[in-house]
Design a protein around this ligand. Structure first.
Ligand code: SF4
Length: 315
């Protein structure tokens, strides 16, 4: 910490030195493992990421191996973590890094596919020592409580204002990466969404919400709109070799490159009268992309398809 550092930044970084989790990418931080872990941790918890991270790193030990891989293998290694655009962007960016080298500033990181302003700030502070505060959901929750902020942090202007308020604090730190990781770690471990552990918190004496007993009121949450419901019907057909009838999604969008169960549309039914009963046959038809029998273990599956096949005992 540089001379003149505020008590708050000092306490936060000192707490981090004691409480930080032994994440594998913190053991020997390199651009590859830091970048990979940041992308995996987007929208995903540490506990979920950990086994995927270990497997992914064993499969693609460095950026050259990832760059040289087939996209289908990258998606297969990512299977089950969701948000597959992350895996596609990771692969695309690996090709760039393998030929052009690693970004050196937050601005350069922000131009990488799949790296937003938050991830760019996190990587540039840890890898390049850049003094740029991160504002993710954890950080917003912590400081909404500490400073009793009423902002809606889903909106960019609120996050930008918070980053500006944190800037003088990180500017005082000799290791800005530690300051950023400390804020995120505090949100993940202590200042949790429900029941924050204020007695363990290095910011307790600064915290307006703790003093007022209003921790649960922050961050403010705008009323959620109900999601529209889309109903589809899918069929499960398997053969004696354990292969399943699947369709590869070759269109753009979130599920591109993944394999899904064929979806079907209702068609006019048929009625046939036999001597002892009357058969009423419901008819569904699959149209469009051609389905084929494939080994479901060998292709990257959409999450909904993986869940259905597991429930049917086919995985
Ligand atoms: S004192 Fe409590 S509410 Fe305030 S920042 Fe710490 S854990 Fe969060």
């Amino acid at each position: 910490m540089k001379k003149g550092g505020s008590g708050f930044a000092r306490r936060l970084v000192a707490w981090f030195a004691r409480a930080r989790r032994p994440m594998p990418w913190r053991r020997a931080p390199s651009p590859y493992v830091c970048w990979l872990s940041e992308i995996m941790m987007q929208q995903t918890t540490y506990a979920t990421v950990l086994p995927y991270y270990e497997r992914f790193l064993a499969r693609f030990p460095d950026v050259q191996a990832l760059a040289a891989a087939d996209e289908r293998d990258v998606l297969k290694a990512w299977e089950g973590m969701g948000y597959y655009a992350r895996a596609r962007n990771l692969h695309k960016a690996a090709k760039r890094f393998a030929s052009e080298g690693w970004p050196a500033t937050a601005a350069e990181w922000a131009s990488v596919p799949g790296v937003g302003p938050y991830t760019a700030a996190a990587l540039a502070s840890v890898l390049n020592g850049e003094h740029m505060p991160v504002v993710d959901g954890n950080v917003a929750r912590v400081f909404a409580r500490v400073w009793a902020l009423d902002d809606d942090f889903h909106k960019l202007p609120a996050r930008t204002r918070l980053a500006a308020r944190l800037q003088p604090e990180i500017d005082r730190c000799a290791h800005p990466g530690d300051f950023n990781q400390a804020m995120m770690e505090l949100g993940a471990l202590v200042c949790t969404p429900a029941n924050p552990s204020c007695v363990q918190c290095p910011l307790a004496r600064d915290c307006a919400a703790r003093k007022a007993g209003t921790q649960a009121d922050y961050p403010r949450r705008p009323a959620k709109k109900a999601l529209p419901v889309r109903k589809e019907t899918a069929v499960v057909v398997s053969d004696a070799r354990g292969r399943v009838l699947l369709v590869e999604n070759t269109e753009g969008g979130l599920l591109k490159g993944l394999w899904e169960l064929p979806s079907v549309e209702p068609r006019e039914g048929q009625v046939q009268v036999f001597s002892h009963f009357r058969l009423e046959l419901s008819v569904f038809q699959h149209e469009g992309k051609s389905a084929k029998f494939v080994d479901p273990h060998a292709v990257p599956l959409a999450t909904s398809t993986r869940k259905v096949l597991a429930a049917c005992g086919l995985l």
